[in-house]
Design a protein around this ligand. Structure first.
Ligand SMILES: Nc1ncnc2c1ncn2[C@@H]1O[C@H](COP(=O)(O)OP(=O)(O)OP(=O)(O)O)[C@@H](O)[C@H]1O
Length: 327
């Protein structure tokens, strides 16, 4: 099962530029979470801080008792081995075949024999639907295939925590739908804790168990998917409805005068209500059920009273069929 990641009071700046402050959240073990936010709000910086590649000046990132901010480098290095990372461009070596790219972490970090490496690599190649393409070079395949190869490489060391930075960037809607399904299928197969950074509204609506959003140097909110997807918070609703009207502008934040003018001109009743809640994706037929689902149910039921009414209703509706099915 994946490992819980506890983030407490994390603050990161570059020189005088504060990126975000006092970020506190927990990625529940084995669940899929998404971090949203307009461009430049520091989502990638957040991912890099979780693995200890960037050092926030305040706060902690606790994984199995190791603080990725301030524990000794040796402990951080060991803990980093629990992670699988999928970067925006797949980050593949252009002169190596997909097979060698995917085998790379095994050859670098383990003493496994070549026959064993082949078995693991081909298993992962199969998992991401790339069987038959393993001898191709990254330049000979499509962007979507490169992403899947990047994901296969992220999986070879049996990660317990998977971080995906914009898995949809550069993909058309159909390939984005395939990658969404692949992420859910992976979670069903390996039960790893997953954090996906994305701008994609379809991924946000259908993939995660939990969602958070960074805006104006703060974590606006983080919690069960139903909380964000039913939120009336202007910044969240604007982002999830993909509209121009609202606090988010071209340069991340609109000035107060533009915002006031917009509100004045906005027709009565045309609020920034988010899109209707759609069902979360299920694993593909033939795959095991996601073990996270039951754990999440118990967790969310325990916090039901603290949720806003719309989110509570959405949770209750989502859970109703399962409850009826009980003997
Ligand atoms: N190593 C660095 N040194 C200085 N500034 C940096 C560094 N890395 C990131 N930044 C700055 O931090 C801010 C946030 O960058 P980041 O890439 O995390 O944003 P993002 O939310 O992932 O954006 P996008 O959605 O466009 O990918 C940017 O202003 C960026 O210039």
């Amino acid at each position: 099962m994946g490992i819980e990641v506890v983030v407490e009071g994390l603050t990161k700046s570059f020189g005088k530029q504060n990126i975000w402050q006092d970020v506190t959240l927990t990625l529940p073990a084995g669940e899929v979470s998404v971090m949203l936010g307009p461009s430049g709000t520091g989502k990638t910086v957040f991912l890099k801080s979780l693995i200890g590649l960037l050092k926030p000046e305040r706060g902690r990132v606790l994984i199995n008792g190791v603080d990725m901010v301030s524990s000794p480098e040796r402990d951080i290095y060991e803990t980093r081995k629990l992670f699988g990372l999928m970067f925006q461009d797949g980050a593949l070596f252009g002169s190596m075949s997909l097979f060698d790219n995917i085998a790379f972490p095994l050859r670098e970090h383990t003493r496994k024999k070549e026959w064993e490496i082949r078995r693991i690599v081909m298993e992962r190649v199969d998992m991401v639907g790339l069987l038959g393409a393993e001898e191709k070079l990254p330049g000979e395949i499509s962007g979507g295939m490169r992403k899947r190869a990047g994901l296969a490489r992220a999986l070879v060391l049996d990660p317990q925590i998977i971080l995906c930075d914009e898995p949809d960037s550069g993909l058309d809607p159909v390939r984005t739908a395939f990658i969404s399904q692949l992420l859910i299928d992976l979670n069903a197969q390996i039960d790893a804790t997953m954090l996906i950074v994305t701008h994609n509204l379809d991924i946000a609506a259908t993939v995660p168990d939990n969602m958070g959003m960074l805006f104006r140097r703060n974590l606006v909110t983080f919690g069960p998917r139903e909380v964000l997807l039913t939120s009336q918070e202007p910044v969240v609703a604007q982002f999830l409805s993909g509209r121009r009207e609202g606090p988010i502008g071209m340069s991340e934040e609109k000035d107060a005068a533009t915002l006031a003018k917009e509100q004045l001109n906005s027709p009565q009743g045309q609020g920034l209500s988010p899109r209707p809640l759609v069902a979360q994706l299920e694993p593909s037929p033939g795959l095991p059920a996601r073990r996270a689902v039951l754990r999440r149910k118990l967790r969310v039921m325990g916090m039901l009273d603290s949720l806003p009414p719309a989110a509570r209703r959405a949770v209750e509706q989502g859970m109703a069929p399962a409850q009826e099915a009980r003997p």
